[in-house]
Design a protein around this ligand. Structure first.
Ligand code: GLU
Length: 272
């Protein structure tokens, strides 16, 4: 078993992160496998070195161990570029100059009716046949061509088999962004390349990312990468039932530490 925890250094780790990291760590340990830490810092505007340092400190304090050096996504942009070029070479992408607002407006036109997918509003196709220059544009996946190549996709969620048909992928997910114009990559592309690179066999992460999984499995198929088994765990919520967020400093691991909590207390609090 090879698991990973892949936080973005954009704020303090909270109890939800602790639960996710400890679950992935415990599973690997019980199977005499490996637990990896990966820093997902492609968004250099939002990522901060001090948050990255805090991640190492909090996870060490919780008793977790991982191989070093850790993979940091900001150092792997050439790998994402070459994967993108491969998809471009297969004719599976198109350049898109729409802003978020353009997408929202086009999608909410009366004849369209905006629909929401894992990345927000499903792309209404504005630039799809416009043959835009790639310079300064976002790059999107041409979902119908991609699905024509792979056919229905399948993967394992725990013991259960999941599948998505071509129609479901086109209608419920659509032409997702592979490379943001400001980053040259995206969460989806980077996560798939790196799970492949680190040979992750079991992706253990929160249910908030479950809807992104078909996108990841499709990209694995297109890029000839193996598909891990996925396990999406429950989310840790506050007393009002709201999911914890990064800005929720009150539940930051560092705050509990400063208040004298022990790692065992944290385990108890998240129900481990
Ligand atoms: N970096 C993502 C996050 O912090 C998690 C990615 C993943 O587990 O697939 O939400």
């Amino acid at each position: 078993m090879i698991t990973r925890f892949a936080p973005s250094p954009t704020g303090p780790l909270h109890l939800g992160h602790a639960f996710s990291a400890m679950t992935a760590f415990d599973l690997a340990k019980a199977a005499a496998g490996t637990f990896h830490l990966r820093i997902e810092d492609i968004d250099q505007c939002r990522s901060r070195p001090e948050w990255e340092d805090q991640i190492y400190e909090d996870l060490h304090w919780l008793g977790l161990k991982w191989p070093v050096p850790v993979v940091r996504q900001s150092e792997r942009l050439p790998e994402y570029q070459s994967a993108l070029q491969k998809l471009q070479g297969l004719g599976l992408t198109f350049a898109c100059t729409c802003s978020r607002r353009d997408v929202a407006e086009a999608a909410s036109a009366p004849q369209e009716g905006a629909r929401i997918g894992p990345d927000g509003t499903i792309y209404p196709g504005t630039c799809k046949h416009a043959d835009r220059a790639t310079e300064g544009a976002a790059i999107r996946l041409h979902m119908d061509r991609a699905m024509a190549l792979t056919g229905a996709i399948e993967w394992k969620e725990g013991d259960r088999s999941e599948t998505r048909s071509t129609e479901e992928m086109i209608n419920d997910i659509g032409d997702i962004v592979l490379a943001r114009r400001d980053l040259g990559t995206s969460y989806h592309l980077s996560v798939v390349i790196d799970d492949g690179f680190q040979n992750i066999r079991d992706v253990v992460r929160g249910k908030d990312l479950q809807d992104a999984t078909p996108i990841h499995v499709l990209l694995q198929r297109l890029l000839d990468l193996p598909t891990p088994v996925y396990c999406h765990h429950r989310l840790i919520r506050d007393e009002n039932g709201k999911r914890l967020a990064k800005r929720d400093d009150a539940r930051a691991i560092a705050t509990y530490r400063a208040d004298g909590a022990t790692p065992e207390d944290i385990r108890r609090m998240v129900g481990l």
